[in-house]
Structures are given as C-alpha cells and as structure tokens.
Design a protein around this ligand. Structure first.
Ligand SMILES: N[C@@H](CCC(=O)N[C@@H](CS)C(=O)NCC(=O)O)C(=O)O
Length: 212
C-alpha cells in the first residue's frame, strides 16, 4: 500500500488536491469514489462527512481541501510549496480567507442568497462584493499570494477563483484573469487536469458506435 492514498472524484474539489499532489511530485495512489459511494460505511470510515477529497498519509487521514494543501506542503518541504518565514503572514491569511469568507460568499451567491445588510456583522464574510473587491486588491498588487513566489496557497486560492469564474459565479476581473493564466500555465496543473479528464472520460458510459 502506498504511503499516500488520495480519495477523490474527478468531478469534485479533489481536482485541487490532484494539482497539489502533482506539484509535490511524490508517488500516490488514487481511489476514485463515485458520488453514490460517498455515504457508504466504507468511505464514511475515512471521512465521516462523506465528502471528497480526503487523503491518507502513513495511516493518518486529512480532510478539508485547504488543510490537505497545507499538510502536503509541510509533509514534503523539498517541494518548496510551504511559506518561508517572511511569507507566513500572507500564506496563512489568504489560505484561510479562501477557505472561509471566499468559499462561503461564492457558494451562497451561487445558491441565490445574499446576507441581508442588517445581518452582515454576524457573517464572517459580511458582504460578497467586499470579499471580491479585497481579492481584487490582493491580486492587483502581486503575482502570487506571497508576492513573487508560487506556494500551496495559490493552488487553493487560485482554484477557488478559477472554478467559480469558469461557471460565471465570479466576475472576470483583470487581476483574476491574469492570475488564472499564470496558474494554468504550470506543468503540474496541466498534468493534473489531464489525469482527471481521462478519468472522467472512462467514467462516461460507452457511446453507441455508428453502424458501418
Ligand atoms: N469543506 C470540504 C468540502 C468538500 C465537498 O463539499 N466535496 C463535495 C465535492 S466538491 C462532495 O463530496 N460532495 C458530495 C456530497 O456532499 O455528498 C473541503 O473543502 O474539502
């Protein structure tokens, strides 16, 4: 059994972890979990939330996509994806911003719900437009979360921008588009994408062939 077991579905946030794993470069085994198997007893024993992605490393389970990214960056320091000392503030700040305020704001908006103005104080993200404006400020001042160096925080934050933008759930601000283009040019991103696209193709039912 491999040291690293990656539980995923290629049509899920597992794509973020595939990208992270490809950046890390360590050997890993993939277990594809179909959506109708997520609440099976077998998978619930890995993640009681019945959600993917999940990772098992030397017998220890990590769930939550942002936590898995941070964990892998720390477990494989030679990949250089964790923060240097002077990058820690930005790294943690924006990693948690993406997993908390950004994700909640984008998914609530996609579900057609906005925080009523008189309740903004109660919600960690307050107001969706402000969340987006702050992100725009961040990405207008530097190429990456920690300045000029790519880190695991870009894998997570970048994915939380790229996916919603693809589905028109986030506006195509110039700073987001330039950031997306920088990230999508990475070899590990392309490799990860290809692996998941191939898995999706295999999962599709075979199409009837035209008669000769
Ligand atoms: N907070 C979790 C969310 C994971 C999540 O919602 N995964 C979705 C796929 S993108 C899932 O497994 N949905 C299936 C279900 O809830 O039954 C994370 O960041 O990893």
């Amino acid at each position: 059994m491999a040291d690293l077991i990656f539980y995923t579905n290629p049509q899920s946030r597992g794509r973020i972890i595939r990208w992270m794993l490809e950046e890390v470069g360590a050997a890993y085994e993939t277990e594809v979990i179909a959506y109708d198997e997520l609440k099976s007893e077998r998978f619930l024993s890995v993640n009681p939330m019945g959600k993917v992605p999940a990772l098992k490393h030397r017998g220890h389970v990590v769930t939550e996509t942002a936590a898995i990214c941070a964990y892998l960056a720390e477990a494989f320091p030679d990949a250089g994806l964790g923060p240097r000392e002077d990058e820690r503030a930005d790294y943690y700040r924006w990693l948690f911003y993406a997993a908390g305020p950004l994700e909640a704001a984008v998914s609530n908006r996609a579900a057609g719900w906005e925080v009523p103005p008189d309740k903004e104080r109660m919600f960690g993200y307050g107001n969706t437009d402000r969340v987006i404006a702050v992100l725009d400020q961040l990405l207008s001042r530097a190429n990456y979360v920690c300045g000029e160096r790519f880190t695991a925080a870009d894998i997570y934050l970048g994915s939380q921008i790229m996916f919603p933008m693809q589905f028109k759930m986030l506006p195509e601000k110039d700073s987001f588009v330039h950031y997306r283009d920088r990230l999508q040019g990475r070899d590990a991103y392309k490799r990860a994408n290809q692996i998941d696209e191939e898995l999706i193709a295999k999962m599709q039912p075979a199409q009837p062939q035209p008669a000769e």
